[in-house]
Ligand binder design. Structure first.
Ligand SMILES: [Zn+2]
Length: 143
């Protein structure tokens, strides 16, 4: 893939990706290129800036770990999610897997439950088609 910076006759600059310069030429001469701002088809290359994409088109991961502020935000969001789930559902403790399965198969009153389960139990529930969502465990001292 090649990236071209394009510019229309109203001086709007934008970027376009093409398989190669041939594809660009074909689209440009057929009037298939248009400005995303004003829809003008009078488009030409601004500065040729070929930029070979990585094979999978995946952006590189940030090299730095999220800063403390970002981490606090993530924890706050997870804590909120957790407390919302806990507020709306019944705590069934160690009987979670059993209760979840009963509810799913209509053998117990339909309600949302949360409780303790091992990873094996969670996997077994998922295999039986019981919708389960692991709740994040959070450090308590980060606030
Ligand atoms: Zn334009």
């Amino acid at each position: 893939m090649i990236k071209y910076r394009l510019i229309c006759n109203e001086s709007h600059e934008f970027e376009g990706w093409f398989r190669g310069s041939d594809e660009y030429d074909a689209q440009a001469s057929n009037g298939h290129l248009s400005c995303p701002v004003c829809a003008s088809t009078a488009v030409s290359k601004a500065v040729m800036a070929p930029n070979v994409a990585t094979s999978r088109g995946v952006a590189p991961m940030p090299r730095q770990a999220p800063g403390p502020d970002r981490q606090r935000e993530i924890f706050a969001a997870l804590r909120k999610l957790r407390s919302e789930v806990e507020a709306r559902s019944t705590y069934v403790g160690e009987r979670f897997a059993e209760e979840a399965r009963k509810i799913h198969f209509g053998e117990a009153e339909e309600r949302v439950v949360h409780g303790e389960a091992t990873m094996d139990e969670v996997h077994a529930l998922s295999e039986d088609g019981v919708p389960v969502m692991p709740l994040p465990r959070l450090p308590k001292d980060l606030n």
